[in-house]
Design a protein. Structure first.
Length: 189
């Protein structure tokens, strides 16, 4: 059985982007970069909602043209080669080794997990909230960055049901970013 891991960067006040859609605040130091590369390797499938997909697919295919940051140079080839899934009712095509799921995301993603796939859901509050509501996410890896954004898009939408979680790891990267890694509580798994 595979699993679905939600990998998300958030501000201290719980937002994944600022009031004007800003995503220029995550700090990607060498330790967090190495962890991200390690987690993303090994044949995992990258999972996105349409909004995050559009951001990622506009950057990573040509990332070296936009940045010479060590993380960008190391991660770009990983991103280009990884299998990807996008959940979207409106996206017509995706490219870059990507499958689009238009309907029944819970059923389709559960089937992928049952086939042994490990899925990494990157960011996105809409899809993360939907999958949390249906108990599809097995693990949450929340990276809390030292910034208060004062508003924006929250990590989860209001109204998802309460779910018990177990802390399995906490860790500090680059003396700045805190990982809070939780799994669904055993009685809910």
């Amino acid at each position: 059985m595979g699993e679905l891991i939600h990998f998300v960067h958030q501000s201290l006040d719980g937002f994944i982007e600022g009031p004007n859609g800003e995503f220029d605040w995550p700090l990607m130091g060498p330790e967090l970069s190495a962890y991200s590369q390690e987690l993303s390797g090994g044949g995992k499938t990258f999972l996105y909602g349409r909004v995050v997909w559009e951001m990622m697919s506009n950057f990573w295919p040509r990332a070296e043209q936009y940045s010479t940051h060590e993380h960008v140079l190391a991660y770009a080839p990983i991103w280009r080669e990884a299998s990807k899934v996008v959940v979207s009712r409106t996206l017509e095509e995706a490219g870059w080794n990507t499958r689009i799921i238009r309907e029944n995301a819970v059923k389709e993603l559960t089937a992928l997990k049952e086939s042994g796939a490990t899925l990494l859901l990157f960011g996105g509050s809409e899809l993360a909230s939907h999958l949390s509501e249906h108990g599809v996410i097995d693990e949450y890896q929340v990276f809390v960055h030292p910034v208060v954004l004062g508003g924006g898009r929250p990590v989860f939408k209001e109204g998802i049901p309460r779910a018990g979680l177990e802390l399995v790891e906490s860790r500090v990267f680059d003396d700045q970013v805190v990982l809070l890694r939780h799994r669904r509580a055993a009685e809910q798994a």
